[in-house]
Design a protein around this ligand. Structure first.
Ligand code: BDR
Ligand code: CA
Length: 312
């Protein structure tokens, strides 16, 4: 039976790739996509996600608008990584119908968690605002949801964050929301930068898509992102943060995980948004999050590229 999932996105270049990978894998039953303010403002996230679904012929999947800002802080967008419209201008030609009124995303999460008790997997690849709001309204979803798989944070590789030396964008963008989620008691897995930075799609990987349906989109949408990576990491390509998070739900053996107690810093200006993993159990707390210790990057990249090799 296909796993029932809701994908929460802030589309975003790699969010777009994650939607495509999840849908084209044909291994996930996508109940809906929930949108949150993150890489770009909410209205752009909505538009980008709906355009991606149109491009891949999955307009049957509905996109639900969620939080248009973090719980307490000002939004901090990532235009320099994802381009002015969030997808490097690569979807300008895709026409979509006018947006219809939809249920508020946190309410959709609550509704589906209640309907599919212990069957629903939430895949969170943006800031955690929608899930925090859902948990505040209906804390029992923590028991109802089978697993929450989140892209975010950095736990082992101190100093190699992407927003602050020890903070990753999704957690930094709304650390108070992340703190609520981490303390919810849900079954959680954190796909952090420690592993996502190791799944790097190079220009050679993209070349393998030549002659297939998504080649132009993958090449063009990643142009700004690849330029940024070149400047920061000296490599022309992009880390597949959000696709790897979807990949873990498709095939958990891509990642080696272990459960520890993890908390989020919400006060210090030097460490705002830091995910602190208590490897030595100094706080003597019950482990709450499965963190990722290693990744089979080659096998995941093979799966990702071959899944996107669609010919019509
Ligand atoms: C995360 O932040 C966003 O820029 C990406 O889409 C990904 O979800 C990586 O830190
Ligand atoms: Ca994202």
């Amino acid at each position: 039976m296909m796993k029932k999932i809701i994908l929460d996105v802030d589309t975003g270049v790699d969010d777009a790739l994650a939607i495509m990978y999840g849908a084209e894998s044909k291994q996930l039953d996508i109940l809906g996509i929930t949108a949150v303010s993150g890489n770009v403002p909410l209205h752009m996230v909505m538009k980008n996600s709906r355009r991606v679904l149109k491009m891949i012929g999955r307009e049957d999947v509905k996109v639900y608008a969620g939080a248009d800002r973090p719980l307490f802080r000002e939004a901090d967008y990532e235009f320099r990584v994802h381009g002015e419209d969030g997808v490097g201008g690569a979807l300008d030609h895709v026409e979509i119908a006018e947006e219809e009124e939809s249920m508020f995303a946190p309410d959709f999460i609550i509704e589906q968690a209640k309907k599919y008790k212990k069957e629903l997997t939430l895949i969170m690849v943006g800031p955690l605002t929608n899930l925090a709001l859902a948990l505040r309204k209906e804390p029992r979803i923590a028991e109802w949801i089978d697993e929450v798989v989140m892209m975010g944070g950095i736990v082992s590789e101190a100093g190699k964050g992407n927003k602050l030396p020890n903070s990753e964008f999704n957690i930094y963008a709304d650390a108070e929301a992340a703190s609520i989620v981490f303390k919810s008691g849900a079954n959680m897995t954190l796909v952090s930068l420690d592993v996502t930075l190791k799944t790097f799609m190079t220009i050679e990987h993209i070349d393998q898509l030549k002659g297939t349906k998504y080649y132009d989109f993958v090449l063009n949408s990643t142009e700004v992102f690849r330029g940024f990576s070149k400047m920061r990491y000296g490599k022309n390509g992009c880390a597949l943060h959000d696709p790897l998070t979807v990949g873990y739900v498709i095939d958990p053996t891509f990642l080696e995980t272990k459960k520890y107690y993890v908390d989020v810093e919400t006060v210090s200006p030097l460490g705002y948004g830091q995910t602190i993993c208590d490897f030595r159990n100094l706080w003597e707390k019950e482990p709450n999050v499965n963190i990722c210790l290693s990744v089979d990057a080659e096998r995941f990249l093979d799966s990702f590229i071959s899944t996107l090799k669609v010919t019509e």
